[in-house]
Design a binder for this molecule. Structure first.
Ligand SMILES: [Mg+2]
Length: 260
């Protein structure tokens, strides 16, 4: 029901790539990076991991919306007196890239496949961390569809949601669905790991779900419960051959998702 409503966006979208055969859309936190920057801030600067996990599980069970629970997590960081600039500096220092992502991105770029980051995080933080991890040139080319931040004169800051009327805050399906309306829709690969990806999960042609050894595999749990077919991966180096097989026509989408 809610899926049929198109939430109004407070932030612009980059143009849809109209002439591509394949498009990669990926979550940022915990998918392209090895750990989630917002979880990291909440665990270390905000109200801590225990309360943050309670929030994640409330979202997963449907008892809380992502929008409201996630806002509380970030508010706990700001309420403890940590400025937005301080958070950016900490995250630039501590957040690491998935070890296979650079090669994955280079291959996509060489094969004319756009890679778009679709995130429930805040674009200024993603840009700051991305430019450090992949360099200014690649960072400036990668499109980011995310939320934003509002920094107040007194130093307090808050998340500015792209879709404030949606329980997702940022309804990631809205980055995917326009591709289905094209005359020749591309094959869409989506990569994600957590509760922020629930809004996107069933809309991609091939959904890759990242697994972690810390046991926080919320998207995998959601997809299993909802019967959404997906491919598990723990590193972009493992996902690349699967994408290559589809792009080269060696395997169909059905071969890839039907095998699981
Ligand atoms: Mg994530």
């Amino acid at each position: 029901m809610a899926d049929t409503l198109v939430p109004e966006s407070t932030l612009p979208y980059p143009p849809v790539h109209k002439d591509k055969k394949f498009v990669v859309l990926s979550d940022w936190d915990g998918t392209i990076t090895t750990r989630d920057s917002n979880d990291y801030m909440t665990d270390n600067l905000g109200f801590g991991k225990e309360k943050r996990r309670e929030g994640n599980l409330e979202i997963l069970s449907g008892r809380a919306t992502f929008r409201d629970a996630f806002r509380e997590m970030l508010e706990s960081v700001s309420a403890n007196g940590h400025t937005f600039e301080e958070c950016k500096t900490l995250l630039r220092r501590d957040i690491k890239l998935d070890s296979g992502f650079k090669d994955f991105y280079a291959w996509c770029k060489a094969n004319d496949i756009p890679v778009i980051i679709v995130s429930s995080g805040m674009a200024p933080i993603i840009r700051a961390v991305l430019s450090k991890l992949v360099g200014e040139e690649d960072a400036s080319e990668i499109e980011i569809i995310a939320n934003d931040a509002i920094v107040h004169p007194n130093g307090r800051w808050e998340i500015k949601y792209r879709h404030p009327s949606s329980g997702f805050g940022h309804d990631k399906s809205q980055a995917i669905l326009p591709y289905g309306d094209l005359v020749e829709p591309p094959t869409l690969f989506f990569f994600g790991d957590g509760v922020s990806d629930i809004s996107a999960a069933k809309h991609a042609d091939v959904l890759f779900v990242k697994t972690k050894d810390d046991g926080e595999n919320d998207l995998a749990a959601y997809c299993t419960r909802e019967g959404i077919r997906h491919v598990l991966f723990d590193d972009f180096a493992k996902a690349l051959p699967v994408v290559q097989a589809v792009v080269r026509g060696e395997k169909s989408v059905e071969d890839v998702v039907g095998a699981v």
